[in-house]
Design a protein. Structure first.
Lengths: 170, 275
């Protein structure tokens, strides 16, 4: 229950924080999407209800804070979470390099999904701009992902009373 | 029960995807309605942004100071401290002076328009990827509503796309989904000024038969009734007829420097003009 009560507050704080970091410290040039790393972590470590709700709420909050149409990031995050969850049945990410490759692939996937949805909604072809728009952001997210995977793991341990569960899904 | 357990994951996954798709399609069909949840999130986010920006700004300042002051002698540091205090004081006066000038310019702009206006302060910017918006500190409680034009001292900044009670989001001129009726000041050719993403806009639907020169000024045409006629929007930087099709490519750089926006003015039509 504590999880579900604290989740919205934590996610709102996280999303506002990542926007502020991007605006103030990186001069708004590169987005630091920590929320996406959290969604990927949830896909690997949380069950479908907890992780699914987390992904949906994080996406919805990001839509609200970034000003995009409601559901754009919510749908993208839920999709990423589900793909990440399905992937977690086959691989184990115990090395930093693997986490980075995993994040890189999913960040690219996210960029593609967002571009497709954005093109469908606003009828604007952004395919020529996709590299310029997303490559810096993807690189930043890839580089910081191991650190945040570790932080989220520690928080997971703290919330679950001493041991983080690596849920086995069959 | 066995069925339920076996397929629980798939069912929940499908439900989540369907819910998010419903939210997305509803928002696309009803773009003007910011739902209650969205308003609440925006309302909670606005003060949180201000609160979080204080320590982050401090960290930024400390980081910059560290970069500049590392390695200096103690005496030098003391002198710098004293100088910094005085500079800070001077900066405050200067800041007030500059703010006064900016507000004066906004006020002059207001006097020239047949609109009422509400001054607002920028509290957050979101200009990283696709969406280029800013958050201002006035909302429906101050009389703002969706669609109202927003101007800066140098010209058009954008329009309000969502409002909560005490904050509103402004879609900037440079956002790719922003489309505003505009015309060239010299030739009076009319077109649509659409955001081009990286700090520029494109003036669309200008026929190749018309002459457009680099340096031509683009103003609001006032056709859609959202923006008053004659507001400065930008200046033409590229005008080319090499593109295939009937229209020429006209790239425009906005007058407003969106990275430095601090105060804005939201225009409300005069009571006589209101529907």
């Amino acid at each position: 229950m504590i999880y579900y009560l604290s989740l919205p507050l934590f996610l709102l704080f996280l999303i506002v924080l990542q926007s502020s970091i991007s605006d103030v410290l990186l001069f708004g040039v590169v987005g630091v999407e920590i929320s996406m790393i959290l969604v990927l972590y949830a896909g690997l470590h949380l069950d479908v209800i907890k992780g699914g709700i987390l992904s949906f709420v994080a996406g919805f909050f990001l839509d609200c804070v970034s000003g995009s149409v409601s559901g754009l990031h919510a749908f993208t995050y839920v999709s990423l979470f589900l793909v990440s969850m399905m992937t977690s049945m086959r691989i184990s990410l115990d090395k930093t390099s693997l986490i980075m490759i995993f994040t890189l692939i999913f960040a690219l996937l996210k960029g593609i999904i967002i571009t497709i949805l954005y093109s469908l909604i606003y009828r604007i072809d952004l395919s020529v701009n996709i590299l310029r728009l997303y490559i810096p952001q993807i690189l930043v997210v890839t580089l910081i992902s191991p650190v945040f995977f570790h932080i989220f793991y520690r928080m997971d341990v703290l919330l679950q009373g001493g041991h983080a569960k690596q849920l086995k899904r069959t | 029960m066995l069925f339920h357990k076996k397929h629980q994951t798939i069912i929940i996954a499908c439900i989540l995807l369907v819910i998010s798709l419903i939210v997305l399609s509803y928002s696309v069909k009803q773009p003007s309605e910011a739902g209650l949840f969205r308003k609440m999130v925006l309302e909670m986010a606005a003060p949180l942004v201000s609160a979080i920006n204080i320590p982050i700004n401090e960290v930024g300042t400390v980081w910059k100071r560290y970069l500049f002051l590392v390695g200096l002698e103690e005496e030098n540091r003391l002198l710098k401290k004293e100088s910094a205090m005085l500079s800070n004081e001077l900066l405050q006066y200067r800041e007030g002076y500059l703010e006064g000038i900016r507000l004066q310019k906004l006020l002059k702009l207001k006097e020239n328009l047949n609109y009422q206006s509400i001054a607002a302060r920028v509290i957050a910017k979101s200009q990283t990827t696709l969406i280029k918006t800013i958050l201002i500190d006035k909302g429906t409680a101050d009389g703002l509503k969706i669609g109202l034009p927003v101007v800066a001292e140098k010209g058009v900044a954008g329009r309000i796309i969502e409002s909560s009670w005490h904050s509103s989001r402004v879609l900037l001129l440079i956002d790719e989904s922003s489309k505003i009726d505009a015309s060239l000041q010299e030739g009076r050719n009319q077109g649509i000024l659409q955001g081009g993403g990286a700090g520029v806009c494109n003036l669309k639907y200008i026929p190749k038969t018309e002459t457009v020169k680099v340096g031509d000024v683009v103003i609001s045409s006032g056709l859609s009734g959202v923006f008053p006629k004659g507001l400065f929007m930008g200046v033409v930087t590229i005008a080319g007829k090499n593109e295939p099709g009937l229209f020429q490519k006209v790239q425009v750089v906005p007058y407003v420097d969106f990275a430095k926006l601090e105060e804005l003015m939201v225009l409300l039509p005069d009571k006589d003009n209101r529907k």
